[in-house]
Design a protein around this ligand. Structure first.
Ligand code: DX5
Ligand code: ZN
Length: 218
């Protein structure tokens, strides 16, 4: 299914009101809900532990993809699986054994994703693709919402699309996706677009459909 899916990142949502925010983006057409987990070590920011993800779970009726920006990652896979992730994505840079990490994710019964920082070449996942349901191409350096899209990553998306061929593996893009960059990454071969600030900023709660309008723009 190569239809383009939008996965709003709740990193840009109102942190005092996740239940309402998730309900609103789903009502207005979000395909997935993207949860950014940061550890203050692999990336210079801190966000959601497993109890937070568990609290989001009952509000998500679509598909919750959990993007783990943590190192080490293996000791926490089961906890995020039990918290209710539908897909768990780990970074190829998180340790020396991403192949083992993907096996561990698969062993929980969840979908498995592998993510690439902007400085990491597409070839880093060549021997991991058969264990993946998704490759995530970071188009900003991970850690914060609202950063500028790094255009050099377009070539990486095209390269991955060629490497994947007709295997059923999603290409997700995360960072600086907005109405200008979304068509570029879709044309390069991405099919799941994460968007934080483009969805959540600019709308207002008073507006009857703030997120829907922003998602349609993407
Ligand atoms: C960045 C996160 C992203 C971020 C995207 O480290 O992985 O998911 O929330 O935010 P925008 O869309 O604002 O770049
Ligand atoms: Zn993310």
């Amino acid at each position: 299914d190569r239809r383009i899916k939008i996965a709003p990142s709740i990193l840009s949502a109102d942190f005092a009101d996740f239940g309402r925010e998730i309900g609103a983006i789903e009502a207005e057409g979000a395909d997935w809900v993207h949860v950014d987990v940061m550890d203050g070590h692999f990336v210079p920011n801190l966000t959601f532990g497993p109890p937070a993800v568990k609290a989001f779970r009952p509000h998500v009726t679509t598909f919750m993809d959990v993007h783990l920006m943590i190192a080490p990652v293996d000791p926490y896979i089961e906890a995020y699986a039990e918290a209710g992730a539908d897909m768990i994505t780990a970074h190829v840079e998180a340790g020396p054994h991403p192949h083992r990490t993907l096996q561990a994710i698969r062993a929980t019964g969840k979908k498995a994703g592998i993510s690439l920082n902007p400085g990491t070449p597409a070839e880093a996942v060549a021997y991991l693709l058969d264990l993946c349901d998704m490759v995530l191409v970071m188009t900003v350096n991970p850690g914060f919402g609202g950063q500028k899209f790094i255009h050099s990553q377009i070539g990486k998306i095209e390269r991955l699309r060629a490497m994947i061929g007709d295997r059923p593996i999603h290409i997700q893009v995360d960072g600086g996706v907005d109405p200008v960059t979304a068509p570029l990454v879709a044309a390069a071969g991405a099919d799941v677009l994460v968007a934080g600030s483009a969805v959540f900023k600019g709308g207002s709660v008073a507006d009857p459909a703030p997120y829907g309008a922003n998602m349609r723009a993407i």
